[in-house]
Design a protein around this ligand. Structure first.
Ligand SMILES: Cc1cc2nc3c(=O)[nH]c(=O)nc-3n(C[C@H](O)[C@H](O)[C@H](O)COP(=O)(O)OP(=O)(O)OC[C@H]3O[C@@H](n4cnc5c(N)ncnc54)[C@H](O)[C@@H]3O)c2cc1C
Length: 465
């Protein structure tokens, strides 16, 4: 087996960077990991990784063929991580049902909504004076969706915090986090230097390491040179900008905005099922289509971001909301993927707006119109989620997903000693543990646990290896 790298540097502390750090440190007994995060307010996982729904679906019916092997492996990694770090109590890891719901839909909207994977067993649920039948919490025509291959849920913010805390305490000599920016990358070592360093004793060998110039986020901000053996770009939607700054091959990456809410439901309106001793809402992910909905696929995959149309402004509700019952009793609601008004105009090439320079500027873009649309959609799906019935909006959130031009993840070598893992789109929480393990194996020169060959950046014919 070739010598393992001494120093791995990971750019980005989202779920992808954290899972890769976890598996690199767990698989190797010597490799050191330096995690660099550019947040000015020193946030770990301050992007989508803390504001996502946390729905984990690993069966083939939820993913296109190029990512199916990775998704299957990620299911095992989620379970393994949960067993190792007490995921059930730390990040609310639990199995979950998946439901398609047509709310007052026309025939046309219902047939589109049925394109969700493998719906079966339709039941119409209707409230009587805001009270739903026992055991039910949403109103409309329900269909059970395909859960083969595994469906679960996590609280992604708690997941990321637990993993980062664990790495900091379990690997004090091999794991370091620095806040700041990587501003330049040295040229690759010559082929001769790399060959010589592989065979000569380290004292005699020329260095095959590349150098990253790093400017820390502190008052004196003096640039530092960091030698490394492997560099991973895992900066979510900022990964394209990182490639540009470091003069790496460009990647066709854009972003898809997403607003979300965390709602404490009005539980006084919920009657537990007589057949269950559990007084809580069922562990369920609900993919709803409200009358005239254009969606029916996982809402966040239903198109690249665009501004609200005049019709949507008049309608005033999110057409394809997604609702997840969290283990802590809160309901997460998303599916409003329009560009926020302050996010700047849509670009002429049809791609979404430019991102703020760092993650810290994202929350200022939260758009009250989008929040209002989500609140009204939540109320249309369940009386338990209406503020006038006692529901409490605990959080209003906004963030960006990284998404590639062909909607598939980008995972693999990008340049000598440089790797990339991004563009997980609406599936980053599902895929990150599997991607973290496979990329760690790739960087350590090990056999890979999943086939990610179709996800390599070379598919865009731009990466120069
Ligand atoms: C509303 C919404 C709901 C979602 N729900 C789900 C779901 O239910 N299930 C699911 O599987 N997925 C879901 N997703 C998708 C998932 O959240 C993302 O795919 C995933 O979080 C992306 O993780 P990441 O680590 O690639 O990026 P991010 O979380 O964006 O992390 C990137 C990190 O890199 C940092 N960074 C940026 N630039 C630099 C730089 N130059 N140097 C160093 N660091 C840098 C950022 O500050 C950030 O901390 C959802 C997404 C959204 C928006």
């Amino acid at each position: 087996m070739p010598a393992e790298p001494e120093q791995v540097v990971i750019l980005g502390s989202g779920i992808v960077g954290l899972c890769t750090a976890y598996y690199t440190l767990s698989l190797s007994s010597t490799t050191k990991v330096l995690l660099i995060e550019s947040s000015r307010s020193r946030l770990i996982a301050g992007g989508a990784s803390s504001y996502a729904g946390g729905f984990v679906a690993c069966g083939s019916s939820w993913h296109e063929p190029p990512a199916q092997s990775l998704a299957r492996h990620s299911w095992d990694c989620h379970r393994q991580l949960s067993d190792a770090l007490r995921g059930e109590s730390k990040w609310g890891y639990r199995s979950c049902g998946a439901v398609g719901l047509a709310v007052g839909g026309t025939d046309e909207s219902r047939s589109k909504y049925r394109t969700l994977p493998g719906g079966k067993g339709k039941t119409v649920i209707k409230a009587d004076k805001e009270r739903l039948p026992a055991g039910q919490w949403v109103e409309g025509e329900r269909e059970e969706l395909d859960t083969a291959g595994g469906v679960a849920q996590v609280d992604p913010a708690d997941f990321c915090k637990t993993v980062h805390d664990y790495l900091s305490s379990a690997f004090p000599d091999r794991f370091t986090t620095l806040f700041g920016e990587a501003t330049a990358l040295s040229s690759p070592a010559s082929t001769l230097a790399r060959a010589a360093s592989a065979v000569l004793p380290s004292k005699l060998a020329p260095s095959a390491k590349r150098i990253l110039t790093f400017v820390p986020r502190d008052s004196n901000a003096t640039p530092t040179e960091i030698p490394f053996d492997r560099l991973l770009i895992a900066a979510g939607p900022w990964s394209a900008a990182v490639c540009e700054t470091l003069s790496l091959p460009p990647i066709p990456l854009t972003n898809l905005p997403g607003h979300s809410l965390l709602i404490r439901p009005a539980l006084s309106l919920f009657t537990p099922s007589t057949s269950s001793s559990n007084p809580d809402l069922p562990s369920e992910a609900v993919f709803a289509g409200i009358s005239g909905a254009v969606g029916g696929v996982h809402a966040s995959t239903s198109g690249l971001a665009r501004g609200l149309t005049e019709e949507e402004k008049r309608e005033g509700y999110t057409r394809s909301p997604e609702l997840f019952v969290r283990a802590n009793g809160l309901i997460y609601v998303a599916g409003e993927n329009s560009i926020p008004e302050r996010g700047g105009p849509q670009r002429k090439d049809g791609l979404p707006n430019k991102l703020p320079d760092t993650v810290d500027g994202v929350k200022e873009l939260l758009d009250e119109r989008c929040v209002g649309r989500l609140k009204r959609a939540a109320g249309a799906v369940s009386p338990l989620l209406k503020e006038e019935n006692g529901a409490v909006i605990e959080k209003e959130q906004f963030c960006y997903r990284p998404i590639a031009s062909d909607r598939e993840p980008i995972i693999g070598p990008l340049a000598p000693n440089v790797y990339i893992s991004t563009a997980m789109g609406p599936w980053g929480i599902t895929l990150a543990p599997g991607a973290g393990k496979v990329v760690a194996e790739m960087m350590l020169g090990r056999k890979m646990s999943a086939d990610v060959s179709k996800l390599a950046p070379t598919r865009f014919a731009i990466a120069k290896l």
